[in-house]
Design a protein around this ligand. Structure first.
Ligand code: ADP
Ligand code: MG
Length: 267
C-alpha cells in the first residue's frame, strides 16, 4: 500500500508568509500495491511536487508517506537510498538524462548503483532499450536524441532494474500519439506482468481512464479519488512477492529474476 497522509509541502521560507508558497495543502489517499493510478490536474496544481514526495525525492513539510506501512521519513539515509535505487523507477518530467553519455551509460546507471554483476548489465540494458524501441541507439550520445527518444530513454532507465514501483511524470507529454501508445502499453504491460505499482502524472484523459485509481489534484488539494470498479481490482501481486521490508534485501524471486544488491550489504 502506498499511503499519503495529510501531506503538505511549502516552498520558500516557512513562517514568512510573503515568500512561502503552499504547493500541497493536506493531501491524503491510498493506492494498493500493484495497482495503477493516475494523478491528474491542471498545470501548477502540485502533481510533480506530490510525485517527488511519493518517490522519496523530497520531504513533506508535514504529514507522512508510507510504503507498505513504513514511513519514508523514518528510513535511515541508507535505507532511503536503497528504496530509491532499487524499489523505485522514476521518470522525471524533464527526463534528467546525461546528454554527453551514451544511451547505454544512461540506462545502466541504476544497475551500477544496485551493484548488479557486470556480466548481467549489458543484457538488461539491451532489453530495456529494446522495449522502448531504442535498441539501435545503444552507443549514441543521449544528447543527439529527439525529445520523444529522450523520453523513452528515461523510461528505459526507470524500468531496467525491474522496480516494485514505477512513477512517471507525464511520460507521454513529449511523444506523438503512436509512440505514446507504445510507451503506455509498455508501462501497463510491466504492471500486469510483474505486478509493479504504476503511478502516472498525466493530462491525457484516455490514459487516466485506463488506471484503476484517479487522483484529482487542484490547487494543492485532492479534489477526488476515483477508485476501481470491481473488475479492475489488482489481482497480480508483485512477482518478487516474498514480502520484505522497505529498503531491506529481497528474498530470491521464485520465477522472475530481478536484480538485487548483494545480501547483507546495507541493513
Ligand atoms: P504541476 O506538476 O501540477 O504542474 P508542480 O508540483 O510542479 O505542479 O508545482 C506546484 C506549484 O508549486 C506551482 O505553483 C509551482 O510554481 C510551485 N513550485 C514547484 N516547485 C517549486 C520550487 N522548487 N520552488 C517554489 N515553488 C515551486
Ligand atoms: Mg508537473
Amino acid at each position: 500500500m502506498i499511503e499519503v497522509r495529510d501531506v503538505t509541502r511549502t516552498y520558500g521560507k516557512q513562517g514568512r508568509k510573503s515568500s512561502a508558497f503552499q504547493a500541497l495543502r493536506g493531501v491524503s489517499f491510498q493506492i494498493p500495491t500493484g495497482s495503477t493510478a493516475a494523478i491528474i490536474g491542471k498545470s501548477g496544481s502540485g502533481k510533480s511536487t506530490l510525485m517527488h514526495l511519493m518517490g522519496g525525492l523530497d520531504r513533506p513539510s508535514s504529514g507522512e508517506i508510507l510504503i507498505d506501512g513504513k514511513s519514508l521519513g523514518s528510513l535511515k539515509r541508507r535505507q532511503a537510498d536503497r528504496f530509491r535505487a532499487r524499489d523505485l523507477g522514476f521518470v522525471f518530467q524533464s527526463f534528467f538524462i546525461e546528454p554527453g553519455q551514451t544511451c547505454y551509460q544512461n540506462v545502466v546507471l541504476p544497475l551500477e548503483i544496485n551493484q548488479i554483476a557486470r556480466s548481467k548489465r549489458r543484457k538488461l540494458v539491451e532489453q530495456a532499450l529494446e522495449q522502448v524501441g531504442l535498441f539501435d541507439k545503444l552507443r549514441s550520445k543521449a544528447g543527439t536524441l529527439s525529445g520523444g527518444q529522450k523520453q523513452r530513454l528515461a523510461i528505459a532507465r526507470a524500468i531496467v532494474h525491474s522496480p516494485r514501483i514505477i512513477m512517471a511524470d507525464e511520460p507521454t507529454g513529449n511523444l506523438d500519439s503512436a509512440t505514446g501508445d507504445k510507451v503506455i502499453e509498455l508501462l501497463f504491460g510491466l504492471n500486469k506482468r510483474l505486478g509493479c505499482s504504476l503511478i502516472i502524472v498525466t493530462h491525457d484523459p484516455d490514459l487516466a481512464a485506463r488506471c484503476q485509481y484517479r487522483i484529482e489534484v487542484k490547487d494543492g488539494q485532492v479534489l477526488d479519488v476515483h477508485g476501481p470498479r470491481e473488475s479492475h481490482r489488482p489481482v497480480v501481486p508483485h512477482a518478487a512477492t516474498p514480502k520484505r521490508a522497505l529498503g531491506h534485501p529481497a528474498q530470491p524471486a521464485a520465477t522472475t529474476p530481478r536484480p538485487r544488491a548483494p545480501r547483507g550489504m546495507i541493513q
